[in-house]
Write a protein that binds this ligand. Sequence first.
Ligand SMILES: N[C@@H](CCC(=O)N[C@@H](CS)C(=O)NCC(=O)O)C(=O)O
Length: 220
Amino acid sequence: MMLKLHGFGASNYVNMVKLALLEKGTEFEFVVDYPTQEEDFLAINPIGKVPVLETEHGFLSETAMILEYIDRVSDGPALFPSEPFANAHLKQIMHMIELYIELPARRCYAEVFFGGSVSDETKEQVKAALIKGSRALARITDFSPYVAGDSFSAADAMFLYSFDLASAVARKLFDLDLRAEAPGAADLIDRLNQRDTAKQVAAERDAAMEKFLKYARGGK
Ligand SMILES: N[C@@H](CCC(=O)N[C@@H](CS)C(=O)NCC(=O)O)C(=O)O
């Protein structure tokens, strides 16, 4: 069975998986699904989020684990190193990006992207967290030539679509250049965005954005 990626093109997490599939050269079907708490969707992802990967063995969720699965079952360049320390180090970086950059930034997405608002208290917390997270990241990588190691990896997919949104949050809400907190991050984002795979993801994201914004703002 061909892998099926469930999600929508404007989702940064979905795009991490899509980028990985394209980098691996793995054939897949894209199934448009938005996150919901409806029973039939919870049956394929118990927390009701996207992405979900449908495989011949069942459904998988949580992006980091989906990326690892794809790497193991697909041909194409490795997205995780096999050497144990390098493998764990790369996963440490991915985990840090998700916990200390993506998730804090996400608390402000409503105001930055969807016309909502968040409290000043939340903003203060997020600003401090993003500075701390970016500086932490800069201590374990110099972003050259990639986030971890000498070749494109799963950590680059997570970094690209987390740090760009976190930077947008910092710029719009705090007038802060998060990229300056992590020297080299901006250059790597530019280099990653020049890959044909990332260009395809970005084009599909832009095409899906209008529909998603209507959905996110409560329209039809
Ligand atoms: N930890 C999850 C996060 C996925 C996630 O937050 N996806 C967003 C879309 S970008 C979502 O479905 N949000 C809806 C919700 O939180 O209910 C993963 O690794 O896949």
